[in-house]
Design a protein around this ligand. Structure first.
Ligand code: MLT
Length: 385
């Protein structure tokens, strides 16, 4: 049998696939598992969206290849939503591209910009797809540590100047996965300045902008003046409308970057099933109402989790957005040791902080995509004793 390529040989199993595998092993022993691992909403997609998709599936026009860049109707809905939600104007013809979930776009973007020995700047801890995508494109990953003392924002001043000169791309994601930190306009302004100075492309991952609490509304990177000159933003319908399984997202912003990503994609995939795009357009057209209903559930869970973890004596910051609590592991444990103990002895699935990068060591991530919150925290507390 032919040997695997080095890029695959070197690659550890995908974080959430590995967690699923370990979970299956424990489940086989008959353990009652509470899964607080992957950020995959347990609540169904709103029925109205499902009904639109059902009708759209019956339309034979939707049975052929979709447009590569996405139906104009879907891209218009994206542009209209960006205008209403963030005050950002987008040309649906040139500044929006549909994606088979934002993961797909993130994974393909480095292919458009990275030559061997080029650098991409990647947050650590961060969504595992950022460094892997850079590696697949043959580039070098420069890790930008997210530290608590800096509010888990990227410390832009500490990035190596020689690396900046060779950097083609910067990934960033706020509201942040996994730390749940949020960014303000000042931070994004400095990102734009740096990108202009060194000439790299900014890829802002804004998948969690609608999962927010206490009336707080996360902003878009594109709200900052000059942002569209240097970058794009990814968004996904997965989290906003409980649609992870549908695989629908989009990228918006700089038209050259959108065209470059589109060029990669036309060579690799053939777009999203049109019936799904019709449902996605409906979701975006009714985003305010549909998302408000969804957020009620997560706000309740965020409050419950916050209270239960505090009572149990854990250290963390209350998330203003995302599904995630980024919690310090109890003294005496590494991230891997504690999460392994939680799974094997308590039937609790959480994500080890170091699974998101070395700088995540010392933390574990809890996702509130499961309603059994008090019970879960009681088991986590008992494992820490
Ligand atoms: C996560 O749990 O980090 C995310 O749900 C993974 C993803 O969005 O692909």
């Amino acid at each position: 049998m032919t040997e695997l390529a080095d890029r695959i040989k070197q690659l550890p199993p995908y974080l959430f696939a590995e967690i699923d595998r370990l979970k299956e092993e424990v489940a086989k022993k008959g353990v009652d598992i509470i899964d607080l691992g992957v950020g995959d909403p347990d609540i169904p997609t709103p029925n109205e969206i499902v009904e639109v998709a059902k009708k759209a599936i019956e339309n034979p026009k939707n049975h052929q290849y979709p447009s590569y860049v996405g139906m104009l109707k879907f891209r218009e809905s994206v542009a209209n939503w960006y205008k209403r939600r963030f005050g950002v104007e987008l040309d649906p013809s040139t500044e929006v591209v549909s994606l088979i979930g934002s993961k797909e776009g993130i994974a393909h973007l480095p292919l458009a910009y990275i030559n061997p020995s080029d650098y991409a700047l990647v947050p650590d801890p961060g969504y595992p797809v950022y460094p892997v995508a850079v590696m697949f494109a043959g580039g070098e990953v420069y890790k930008m540590p997210l530290k608590e003392e800096n509010g888990f924002l990227i410390d832009l001043d500490s990035i190596d100047k020689d690396v900046l000169k060779k950097a083609k791309l910067m990934f960033l994601g706020y509201p942040n996965n996994p730390t749940s930190a949020v960014a303000d306009k000042d931070f994004y302004k400095r990102v734009v300045e740096l990108a202009k100075e060194y000439g790299f492309v900014v890829a802002s991952d804004n998948a969690y902008s609608e999962i927010c609490y206490d009336g707080y509304k996360p902003i878009s990177f594109l709200e900052v003046e000059g942002a569209k000159d240097v970058g794009i933003e990814f968004h996904s319908l997965s989290k906003t409308f409980n649609m992870t399984g549908w695989r629908i997202g989009f990228a918006v912003g700089n038209r050259d970057v959108i065209a470059a990503l589109g060029k990669v994609k036309t060579n690799i995939d053939s777009g999203i099933f049109q019936a799904i795009q019709e449902a996605g357009a409906y979701a975006l057209d009714n985003a305010e109402r549909l998302n408000a209903q969804i957020i009620k559930t997560f706000q309740k869970r965020r409050d419950q989790m916050d209270e239960a973890l505090r009572k149990a004596g854990f250290e963390f910051n209350t998330p203003k957005a995302t599904f995630y609590f980024w919690v310090k592991v109890p003294k005496g444990f590494s991230s891997a040791e504690f999460t392994k103990k939680l799974l094997q002895e308590k039937g609790i699935v959480v994500t080890p902080g170091n699974g998101f990068g070395d700088a995540g060591e010392g933390y574990f991530r809890i996702s509130i995509t499961n309603p059994r919150i008090e019970e879960a925290v009681e088991r986590i507390r008992s494992a820490a004793l």
